[in-house]
Design a protein around this ligand. Structure first.
Ligand SMILES: Nc1ncnc2c1ncn2[C@@H]1O[C@H](COP(=O)(O)OP(=O)(O)OP(=O)(O)O)[C@@H](O)[C@H]1O
Ligand SMILES: [Mg+2]
Length: 318
């Protein structure tokens, strides 16, 4: 999960994309504006942004499916136009469209054949991946047109991994999955990170990014508005402390906010008290207060501002 040797695997420099719009293609929309981004080997990198931010556009540029108006994109040191790199890359599109008369298993064989993987190896790989993404052999033999959204997402992830890629790009991998499915895919992405694969995925599910990623970028209206570790993105603002204690007389609690500095809130609980301190200044005095009233300290935790706060803060600032 750590940046193992700082080898840049994905490098975007000044990447910009204008779409021509209107009947005569005379107007244009800037979907991506001068994006600079570096992702290192072994990172699980989250690409966050509200609807229309430019996430899919970036992924399509990386896959060389559309072409930039300006700037460049490199994967594993090669420009994205270089097709030789494709064998080391896996891609899950936003709305995967597969030939839906194939069964799930046939789709995996078909994708394996495109990568020049021989039949016996393809079978082994398909069995392994079906297990990994949680599709039973009965489901794998069903035609894709009979798949639910979640099953399609799972087979889409499996096909993105057929060639055992070094770098995996996924556009909203959790979409359409129920909480169990999301957990499974989360574990799967984590295991890829442990095997020093690089995973770059877009999402607007903040909790998934928060639990999975080493670093993340936040995009809004085509512009990069934040990039860093989850702590860096969420931090930078005052973090409060939560103190929980038991065994304090309810009558003593009211004196707490007068005695202890920087108290934000004091809430009596059935067995004691729950205190929020604005910062560490009041901690010593809160602890002596608890001790002097015969109370017992249960926990002290920094209540970090979450990524969600950072995300909404960014959106509001625009
Ligand atoms: N083919 C196209 N022609 C014109 N405009 C487009 C085209 N594709 C995307 N756009 C515009 O580019 C902007 C970025 O779209 P994009 O699909 O990259 O966003 P996104 O971050 O993936 O959003 P979502 O979370 O909804 O998937 C939007 O304003 C969108 O309307
Ligand atoms: Mg998208």
């Amino acid at each position: 999960m750590t940046r193992s040797n700082s080898e840049a695997v994905i490098e975007l420099r000044g990447l910009t994309k204008d779409y021509q719009t209107g009947f005569f293609k005379t107007a244009s929309v800037r979907a991506l504006d001068n994006l600079d981004l570096t992702v290192y080997r072994g990172e699980i990198f989250g690409f966050l942004g509200p609807n229309g931010a430019g996430k899919t556009t970036t992924l399509k540029l990386l896959m060389n499916l559309i072409f930039p108006t300006a700037g460049s994109a490199h994967i594993l040191g090669h420009p994205v136009e270089d097709t030789a790199t494709r064998s080391k890359i896996g891609y899950l599109p936003e709305n995967p469209y597969f030939y839906d008369y194939l069964s799930g298993r046939e789709l995996l064989y078909y994708t394996a054949a495109l990568f020049g993987i021989d039949k016996s190896q393809a079978k082994r790989r398909a069995d392994e991946l079906l297990e990994v993404v949680g599709l039973s052999s009965e489901q794998a033999n069903r035609q894709l047109r009979k798949y639910s959204k979640g099953m399609l997402q799972r087979i889409g992830i499996a096909q993105a991994l057929v060639n055992d890629p070094d770098v995996v790009f996924m556009d909203e991998p959790m979409s359409g999955l129920d909480p169990f499915g999301r957990r499974e895919i989360r574990d799967l992405l984590l295991s890829l990170g442990e095997r020093s694969k690089t995973v770059f995925f877009s999402s607007h599910i903040l909790s998934d990014v928060e639990t999975l990623c080493d670093r993340a970028a936040i995009l809004n209206q085509g512009k990069l508005v934040g990039c860093g570790t989850i702590d860096e993105l969420a931090g930078g603002r005052q973090s409060t402390l939560e103190v929980i204690a038991t065994g304090i007389e309810q009558a003593a609690i009211s004196a707490l906010s007068e005695t202890v500095p920087r108290v934000v809130s004091v809430t009596p609980t059935p067995r004691g008290v729950h205190i929020i301190l604005g910062d560490e200044t009041g901690l010593d005095s809160a602890l002596s207060f608890i001790r002097s009233r015969g109370g017992k300290l249960v926990s002290v935790n920094p209540s970090r501002t979450s990524l969600e706060d950072a995300f909404f803060n960014v959106e509001r600032r625009q």
